[in-house]
Design a protein around this ligand. Structure first.
Ligand code: ATP
Ligand code: MG
Length: 545
């Protein structure tokens, strides 16, 4: 395994931002302009009121400027929102591409250990929260922070006393915000975990629905769902509680600060007036600014929740992207064809060993049946030959080439595998055979279907090879024939057959075995099944553990 790709969420986002540099620059400019524009209306209003209280006439230009500044603020704020949404939408695309790429690079051992629901939740919910990080999170938060700082600077010039009060209040408020932030992050994480567990249970339930119904396990399943949903609900309740107390605290603070400043500015004390005294126009501007400084702080609270939920998502996506990747083999000059050999192989899926110092050789064109008790490691030998796992000791080679060193593109031309159950992919019958592999032409697919004895059944379908596959389209035996066609489509030198006739009735089995006899000609065949052993007359290799 290697770790060549170290891309995390933020690396993917940086790359996406760089490839949309005009949009990125436009968004940043718009945010800066929107912050600057929000400072204008109170200043212009103060001038108008000061003019009026001084008994001067109100000019049309002053009114135009005031309303113009309000319009400009509104336009820039809407433009900021629109650009943030546009910018944010680029992120899920970049992230999902990165995650899909990662999925193809994970080794088999990691993939089988994954909970499908959890992985699905990372692709959907977690990525959505990262999108929200941009549409209503980080950038809005930076804009709000800039608004707060610039309003503080204007207030310091207009009313030093108020600036001092705010300097006292705001750090306390920041501590309160941080406290809420920490509690909410913990609740968000709990909720995500519980939701992921529920998502994991849905495919599991559907997959096992027959067993659940047959054994009457509905109540047990219901209890499992209830537990996870209950955990999620209680985590959401905690989040809602902090969310609910945050906004009222901001509103009360706003009212208290305005009240104090108004009282002090109306006092007759010269020293107090020195700090808090102001004209009528300035006091209107200052009240306006106070509400404008609390409004972004209030939205900071909302943004905290967005960012926290996104950070929980980022952590989970980062953990997914940080998983070690399988070694990607370089393409060989000559395809791996010839003798199949396991030499002194020791292997286990974890701590528990499956085989110890196991050796076997199958000559080119030879047909061998693996025998051994259930759990002995017969399917494991196939997994090693397919390069899905690497032995802890010893070597697994095909035509002298290490099985894990066969490049992905070449694997199908070296080795084909048929299992007990056919894995249907979404698409047409032709795509079941080719698996959309460009190196397999339509002619190759048709030839493989003929060899497997399924060509006539396919031709009889409404759209022949282009018929979209549905579950009841073929009988169990026909699916197995299609599976053989898929395995031999690239004309591999080695064919692996794992219990492929296990669930078939005698008549269907005979049909499959006949197809196998044709498909096996000239190939090295390793099979697990006594019927195949009898039919092909192959020698046996016993797997003992
Ligand atoms: P059967 O005849 O029942 O198909 P088998 O000989 O094919 O058995 P394997 O499937 O190779 O046996 O399994 C060998 C051992 O490895 C078993 O004990 C099994 O539980 C274990 N095993 C198989 N796959 C995994 C896996 N993905 N993770 C952990 N253990 C596994
Ligand atoms: Mg098996």
């Amino acid at each position: 395994m290697n770790n060549r790709r170290k891309n995390g969420v933020f690396a993917a986002i940086r790359m996406a931002a760089a490839s949309h540099h005009l949009l990125t620059a436009g968004t940043i400019l718009c945010v800066a302009a929107s912050v600057a524009a929000s400072l204008l209306p109170p200043l212009l209003l103060a001038r108008i009121i000061n003019h009026l209280t001084a008994g001067l006439p109100l000019t049309f230009l002053a009114v135009l400027l005031y309303f113009g500044s309000l319009a400009l603020e509104g336009v820039l704020s809407s433009a900021q929102e629109s650009l943030l949404v546009l910018f944010g939408q680029k992120m899920p695309h970049a992230l999902r591409s990165e995650m899909s790429k990662k999925l193809t690079l994970l080794p088999a051992s990691t993939l089988v250990a994954q909970n499908p629901g959890e992985v699905a939740a990372r692709f959907s919910g977690d990525v959505d929260t990262v999108e929200a990080l941009f549409t209503s999170g980080i950038i809005s938060m930076v804009a709000d922070a800039c608004r707060i700082i610039s309003i503080m600077a204007v207030i310091a010039v207009k009313n030093t006393g108020l600036a001092l009060i705010l300097l006292l209040v705001l750090p306390l408020f920041a501590v309160f915000t941080r406290h809420v932030q920490k509690r909410m992050l913990a609740a968000q994480l709990d909720n995500r975990r519980a939701v992921a567990a529920v998502s994991g249970q849905v495919p599991e339930t559907l997959h096992n629905i027959r067993t659940i119904r047959a054994l009457g396990l509905e109540t047990y399943m219901e209890r499992r769902y209830d537990r996870c949903i209950g955990e999620s609900y209680s985590a959401m309740e905690r989040t809602n509680f902090y969310d609910a107390i945050y906004s009222p605290v901001v509103l009360v603070l706003n009212a208290v600060v305005v009240g104090i400043v108004m009282l002090l500015s109306a006092s007759g004390n010269a020293v107090v007036l020195n700090l808090f005294g102001m004209s009528v126009g300035t006091s209107v501007a200052v009240i306006n600014y106070i509400s404008r400084i609390f409004a972004p702080i209030e939205s900071l609270g909302m943004e905290i929740q967005t960012i926290q939920s996104a950070m929980a998502g980022v952590k989970r996506i980062d953990a997914f992207l940080a998983q070690p990747e399988r070694v990607i083999a370089e393409e060989q000059k000559t395809a791996a064809r010839g003798q199949v050999e396991l030499s002194h192989v020791t292997f286990g899926y974890g701590e528990k060993p499956v085989m110890c110092d196991f050796s076997m050789t199958v000559g080119q064109g030879e047909q061998v049946t693996l025998v051994g008790r259930t759990g002995a490691g017969k399917s494991t030998v196939f997994k090693l030959l397919l390069g899905l796992y690497q032995p802890q000791a010893g070597t697994v080679t095909i035509g002298g080439v290490d099985a894990s060193a066969i490049a992905d593109r070449e694997r199908r031309t070296c080795i084909g595998c048929v299992e007990q159950h056919f894995s249907r992919v979404p698409g047409t019958v032709l795509e079941q055979i080719t698996l959309s592999d460009p190196q397999i032409t339509d002619e190759m697919a048709h030839r493989a279907a003929e060899l497997a004895g399924i060509d006539t059944a396919i031709q009889a379908l409404p759209d022949g090879y282009d018929t979209v596959c549905t579950e009841g389209m073929f009988s169990q035996g026909e699916w197995q024939l299609l599976s053989i066609a898929r395995a031999v489509a690239a004309d591999p030198a080695v064919l692996l057959l794992d219990e492929i006739t296990a669930n078939l009735d005698a008549e269907t089995e005979a049909r499959v075995l006949e197809a196998l006899r044709r498909a096996s000609e000239g190939r090295t065949v390793l099979s697990v099944s006594h019927r195949i052993y009898e039919n092909l007359g192959s020698r046996t290799v016993e797997i003992k553990t």
